[in-house]
Design a binder for this molecule. Structure first.
Ligand SMILES: Cc1cc2nc3c(=O)[nH]c(=O)nc-3n(C[C@H](O)[C@H](O)[C@H](O)COP(=O)(O)OP(=O)(O)OC[C@H]3O[C@@H](n4cnc5c(N)ncnc54)[C@H](O)[C@@H]3O)c2cc1C
Length: 417
């Protein structure tokens, strides 16, 4: 009997757990070590942060679902990994031994790289549901005394799509509240141009997203470095304008990501930023019985940029990492060599509050066979339908390729429209 431990139970970890349970669960021991007792659907965070969703609508508890399917569940997190001895220590001190380990711990949010950045400083965040809830509380306070707004992403950030989503959603919500006139919005980004998205653009995303921001009277700074944030002002450097002191009353900035401490501290497992170095089969280059999926995986930038920009790791891509990992672990247990590789294509739906934009890049790094971006209300509708569908299916432990379905579903909605 093989013992498999999965650390992290979100988009990557929970899908991996369900898929492993279905593929090999009966004969082998599957253990999930999560930092939280709940699953939360991360793509809903921009909506939580504006008050369009409640946390209870986008979250559910994990224990009974996983235990019913035969997995062991720990909700105290992994505090240490000893990859030489094949053990994981949980936050409550249990030492668990594995034959195969799947790391799906997502990012550590690197607010500390910019003084004053983040929920403990002067800017809101939508990266976790707790942050999104706090961002909403801040937003309600701001609406009582509105003023300038700064939305964007810090140097080194890779998760750019949600920053655009949030800027546009905020624009729509402020219009609904009849406050938009009092709130000039500036989009501050590390990207070399609007619509770069960490992927050197997708289709005509530059023109499309510039047009979108222009239509909404959202001005922008690109290749921006946020030097520091103080109460009510952000000090931003760009080559064109030099150092600017930008006033704000509300700000949401996506930080750069790193690997979480328990993973980053394992010798030889990670790159200098703590992301797991994997081969084409999602296996650690140093420890062949350790796999990694999701945001915790090291993927180099698609191109050099004046200010560092990371590669986004989106749901569709994560799903393909999970599928390859599960196939390979199953093969290894059956005495075969791992052969499955992820597709790593980028496909994403962004909600802009009153419309949406769909992106598809295949492969991720240009020159591509497919590079496509399209705007329309059908994208927004598809994303709302998908959210409900995804949460319902994840509650049930269904392991269909959700993101693939989402894209096909979106295209169907487009046809109907
Ligand atoms: C606001 C936002 C919106 C997004 N929207 C989209 C979208 O619309 N479409 C899309 O395709 N992608 C989107 N993404 C990108 C991506 O799909 C998500 O970030 C996705 O949730 C990443 O999944 P993950 O499992 O790799 O990491 P995460 O979702 O971050 O999950 C990691 C999990 O590991 C846990 N963990 C951390 N440390 C430990 C530890 N030591 N022990 C145990 N557990 C630990 C964390 O608590 C967390 O639950 C979005 C990202 C963000 C931040």
């Amino acid at each position: 009997m093989a013992r498999i431990i999965i650390i992290g139970a979100s988009t990557g970890g929970l899908s991996a757990a369900y898929e492993l349970l279905r593929e090999i669960g009966k004969a082998h021991e599957i253990t999930v070590v999560s930092l939280a007792p709940e699953f939360h659907f991360v793509p809903s965070n921009p909506w939580v942060a504006i008050g369009w969703r409640k946390r209870s609508e986008t979250s559910f508890s994990l224990r009974e679902r996983l235990e019913k399917k035969g997995a062991r569940f720990f909700s105290t997190g992994a505090s240490a990994i000893d990859a030489e001895k094949n053990t994981v220590t949980t936050g409550s001190g249990e030492a668990l031994t594995y034959d195969y380990l799947v790391i799906a711990t997502g990012p550590k949010l690197s607010f500390d790289e910019v003084p004053g950045l983040g929920p403990d400083g002067h800017t809101a965040s939508i990266c976790t549901v707790e942050h999104a809830e706090a961002a909403y509380a801040r937003y309600e306070e701001f609406c009582k005394d509105p003023g300038p707004v700064i939305i964007g992403a810090a140097q080194g950030a890779s998760c750019l799509g949600p920053a655009y989503e949030f800027a546009c959603i905020l624009d729509v919500d402020l219009r609904k509240r009849r406050l938009r006139k009092k709130c000039p919005i500036t989009f501050v980004t590390n990207e070399p141009y609007i619509g770069h998205m960490g992927l050197a653009g997708i289709g005509d995303s530059k023109a499309l997203m510039e047009h979108e921001l222009r239509q909404r009277h959202i001005s922008w700074r690109t290749s921006a470095t946020i030097r520091r944030v103080e109460r009510g002002k952000m000090i931003v450097h760009t080559n064109e304008a030099g150092e600017e002191e930008m006033p704000f009353k509300y700000s949401m900035i996506i930080p750069a990501f790193k690997g979480v401490d328990a993973v980053a501290s394992v010798p030889g497992l990670v790159n200098p930023r703590g992301f797991v170095l994997v081969d084409e089969h999602q296996r650690s280059k140093k420890y062949p019985n350790v796999y990694a999926v999701g945001v915790c995986v090291a993927i180099p930038p698609v191109e050099p940029t004046p200010v560092p920009v990371g590669v986004p790791k989106t749901g569709y891509m994560i799903e393909s990492m999970v599928a390859a990992t599960v196939r390979n672990i199953k093969d290894e247990i059956n005495g075969l060599k791992p052969s499955a590789t992820p597709t790593l294509n980028a496909v994403c739906l962004a909600d802009l509050g009153d419309t949406g934009v769909a992106f598809a890049a295949k492969p991720q790094i240009p020159p591509r066979n497919l590079t496509w971006a399209k705007k329309g209300a059908w994208v927004r509708l598809a994303k709302i339908v998908f959210e409900k569908y995804y949460i319902r299916k994840m509650k049930r432990g269904n392991v269909e390729p959700f993101y693939e379905k989402m894209i096909l579903g979106a295209l169907k909605i487009k046809k109907i429209e």
